[in-house]
Write a protein that binds this ligand. Structure first.
Ligand SMILES: NC(=O)C1=CN([C@@H]2O[C@H](COP(=O)(O)OP(=O)(O)OC[C@H]3O[C@@H](n4cnc5c(N)ncnc54)[C@H](OP(=O)(O)O)[C@@H]3O)[C@@H](O)[C@H]2O)C=CC1
Ligand SMILES: CC(=O)C(=O)O
Ligand SMILES: [Mg+2]
Length: 772
């Protein structure tokens, strides 16, 4: 088993490699453009392009506000950088900044469904930068300036705000300031200190730091309580080196010259400078219950564990997602822009920023509701030193920040399209709660540090080896690999993976394992009367890694198993059936597949096992699938899909579905389900309403149940390919212990997801046993 020091070492050394791999495959980069209108025929072409396109052009020429109706502009933001202050990496230039800007674009999309063009400009002079950006106004609904260094960024932003009639927002300044202000407010509430009295020492006198200080001052912090340091040390009155008018506002008449001098007695350390600037010893002189905001990215001014050693009373925040209290502008920019775009704001005003601060700070102090709890996984956070602000995954962020910002915009008179019906607006925002594509989050969270053992039948496969490394680093489970140790070691080295076979994970070598005889006996116990002779059992136990994995699970040497990267699905089903068997009361296995795409998450059953299920089989698989879906924190809504719509045809299959519906309604009246119905009626309530106004299904179905394997599997693959969706699964339903059969086309990410699902099933089964 790997201890935490081992896994830390692995994580530090291998994250870079994984990040390079992640960015390169399957397509370089993180973004692509997607058309939102079909271009299926000559007529579509005539509408989308010449001659039809002239009509919206002329409408917009007459009335520019019509661009919001006829183009994507109102939901399109430019993330623009000149690469002069890229994270804490410094002035690495516009081209090298592109991965960060693509990353910001993806966050805009994921968290707030805002489309983004990332624009990296080769321009450093203020005039040049402003001319380039101002000229882009016709294209965009908003401008998010990113990683442009101080002091130029201040002038650039204020000039562009004056020149442009769309929101211009320098994220490193204001996004950071908003989230810092929220964290400070909540921390001071816990330490029972007043912002007007606290002493603040800042490391960094650049874009982020000065904007944070400005906002804190406007909230009540006092200039005379603030000391700012930069590369030259304390910013004092009379200093000439590396000064500018924005820094000069914080120059103090003081004898202090170093961070060490300045931090003495400070209540808040605000780090927006560079890695490792804050040495642990310096924390000793800080006031009681200090707040340490070590926000440099990717490596903070001090790592939380070092800070905690010296100051156990400290509240510690970083910009990173792998520690509690992630104070990062990602908590702000997607949501503030969502609110600003939705009301057609021409500017983001101080009042809109304050509304965002209030919303974020208040959210952390609210009880976590059921929906949000799912984003946090098993440990529901409680407001306190380890939970000063919500995580970026909290689905309530968009519901709170966007309306507050839009309301403030209307009050300030900068909203061209004020939101008229806030209730209705909230409804539309609700779509993010389940469409974020972050569906695997509760699964991963529930497995954290539980250390369950997942055995992989295909332990020599590159995808399994890559997955094993990720699973170890992310503390999802302890992988056990079946394979030849020498092959595994050579491949780990070849793929640049730092995990060590035998140390970081256990290996089961089928040709040389001391438990071999015990395994053969255990197998014969299971299958001895099913036509397997002792001789063939011995051969199978040397050659069939699915059987070996399954025996390991039944002997309690592993908690769950993954196989199927090679070989035929039905053979693996047979082996698992013979050894692990069916869960109590279950008659047949079935396979549930999840498709995650930009347009939502859908579950499909049975995609791999039962060719021609009976009505009883369909009822059973639907109930198993619905229960599995709850593990993802989703309430199942099932549709029995067919070529027939609520009795429009009468065939063997439609009768079968109707009978299945009756069985399910009888056995599980709690389940929201209807059928048989067309696929479009399942997914579109308006279509369903036309044919069956009295349907017991509400909204969009998320579980599609098919009459045959052909129908389910064909639909799965067609939809997956057309939507470029991520397939998670197949999840084998009905097993006595978690066991999953992947398909030969699975990626290493797919292996990770399925191992996490298996580990989460173990966790949940244990909880069920404890409760029972
Ligand atoms: N967590 C979050 O959400 C955010 C974090 N950040 C982080 O903040 C940092 C600064 O970003 P930003 O303000 O945009 O960049 P800027 O280039 O505008 O400012 C950087 C500031 O840090 C100072 N600095 C750099 N190195 C050191 C050092 N070794 N010791 C003391 N001071 C130093 C610079 O000093 P000088 O003036 O002397 O050059 C300058 O004042 C980055 O690490 C960035 O990742 C930024 C935005 C958001
Ligand atoms: C988070 C961010 O914007 C930065 O570190 O620059
Ligand atoms: Mg930035």
């Amino acid at each position: 088993m790997a201890d935490s020091t081992d896994t830390d070492r692995l994580a530090e050394s291998d994250l870079d490699n994984q990040a390079l791999f992640f960015h390169k495959y399957p397509k370089p980069g993180k973004l692509a453009i997607q058309a939102t209108k079909p271009l299926g025929n000559q007529r579509d072409l005539a509408l989308a392009y010449s001659p039809g396109v002239a009509a919206p052009c002329l409408e917009i020429a007459k009335d520019p506000s019509k661009a919001a109706d006829y183009t994507s502009r109102a939901n399109l933001v430019a993330v623009i950088s000149n690469g002069t202050a890229v994270l804490g990496l410094g002035d690495i230039g516009p081209l090298a900044s592109k991965p960060v800007m693509e990353g910001k674009a993806v966050l805009f999309k994921k968290f707030a469904d805002i489309d983004v063009f990332d624009i990296e400009i080769d321009a450093r002079e203020i005039d040049h930068v402003c001319d380039v950006i101002a000229a882009l106004e016709p294209t965009f609904g908003g401008i998010n300036l990113e990683d442009i260094k101080a002091p130029e960024c201040f002038e650039i932003e204020s000039r562009l705000r004056a020149r442009m009639k769309i929101p211009v927002f320098h994220d490193d300044q204001h996004g950071t300031a908003i989230i810092v202000a929220a964290a400070v407010r909540n921390a001071l509430m816990l330490s029972k200190k007043d912002l007007a009295d606290v002493k603040i020492v800042a490391s960094g006198a650049g874009a982020a730091s000065l904007a944070c200080l400005n906002l804190l001052v406007s909230l009540g912090a006092r200039h005379e309580n603030i000391l700012v340091t930069d590369r030259e040390g304390v910013v004092y009155e009379g200093r000439n080196e590396s000064m500018d008018p924005w820094k000069a506002r914080y120059a103090r008449e003081t004898e202090k010259r170093t961070l060490e001098d300045a931090i003495d007695g400070a209540d808040i350390f605000l780090g927006l400078s560079a890695a490792g600037v804050l040495k642990p010893g310096l924390l000793k002189t800080m006031a009681r219950d200090p707040l340490i905001l070590a926000l440099a990215n990717p490596t903070p001014e001090i790592m939380p564990d070092l800070a905690r050693e010296v100051r156990p009373d400290a509240m510690i925040c970083t910009g990173r997602s792998d520690f509690p209290n992630q104070v990062n502008n990602v908590l702000c920019f997607p949501f503030i822009f969502r609110g600003a775009l939705d009301c057609g704001a021409t500017h983001i005003t101080e009042k809109m920023k304050m509304a965002a601060v209030d919303a974020i700070a208040a959210l952390a102090r609210e009880n976590v509701n059921e929906v949000a709890a799912k984003a946090y996984g098993s440990d529901t956070p409680i407001f306190g030193p380890e939970y000063l602000i919500p995580t970026p995954f909290d689905p309530r962020l968009i519901l709170k920040i966007a309306p507050a910002v839009a309301k403030a915009a209307a009050e300030e008179g900068v909203a061209l399209r004020p939101i008229e019906d806030m209730g209705q607006y909230l409804e539309t925002l609700n779509r993010f709660v389940f469409r974020s594509g972050l569906i695997m989050k509760p699964i991963f969270k529930s497995t954290q540090d539980t250390n369950h053992r997942v055995i992989f039948a295909d332990g020599e496969d590159e995808r399994v080896l890559r997955a094993a490394q990720v699973l170890l680093e992310d503390r999802v489970c302890q992988p056990i690999l079946i394979g030849r140790p020498s092959v595994i070691e050579t491949r780990l080295e070849r793929f640049g993976l730092t995990a060590k076979a035998g140390t970081d994970f256990q290996i089961v070598d089928p040709s040389d394992d001391p438990r071999y005889r015990d395994y053969v006996d255990a197998y014969l116990d299971k299958v001895g009367r099913k036509g397997i002779t002792p001789d063939s059992a011995r051969t199978i136990m040397r050659t069939n890694s699915t059987v070996i994995a399954a025996i390991a699970v039944t002997r309690g040497e592993a908690d769950a198993m993954i196989c199927g990267l090679e070989g035929r699905f039905p053979h693996h089903v047979r082996d698992i059936g013979q050894v692990i068997g069916l869960d109590h009361g279950v008659k047949r296995f079935a396979a549930l597949s999840v498709l995650i795409s930009q347009s939502g998450t859908k579950f499909f059953v049975d995609t791999y096992v039962q060719r021609h299920p009976s009505a009883e089989d369909i009822a059973e698989m639907t109930i198993l699938a619905a229960d599995e879906i709850k593990r993802f924190g989703i309430a199942p809504k099932a549709a029995l899909v067919s070529h027939s719509n609520f009795g429009s045809d009468d065939t063997e299959d439609t009768r079968k579905l109707r009978k299945a519906l009756a069985i399910i309604r009888n056995e599980r009246p709690d389940l929201e389900i209807d059928g048989e119905m067309h696929g479009d009626a399942a997914l579109n309530p308006a279509v369903r309403e036309r044919s069956m106004p009295a349907s017991t299904l509400t909204g969009e179905a998320n579980l599609l149940v098919f009459p045959t394997l052909d129908a389910a599997n064909i639909t799965l693959n067609v939809v997956k390919t057309m939507l470029d969706a991520l397939h998670v699964g197949p999840i084998l339903l009905g097993t006595n212990s978690p066991a999953h059969i992947l398909t030969p086309s699975v990626t290493s990410r797919g292996v990770v997801n399925m191992a996490a699902i298996a580990a989460a099933q173990v966790v949940q089964n244990e909880r069920g046993e404890d409760a029972g």
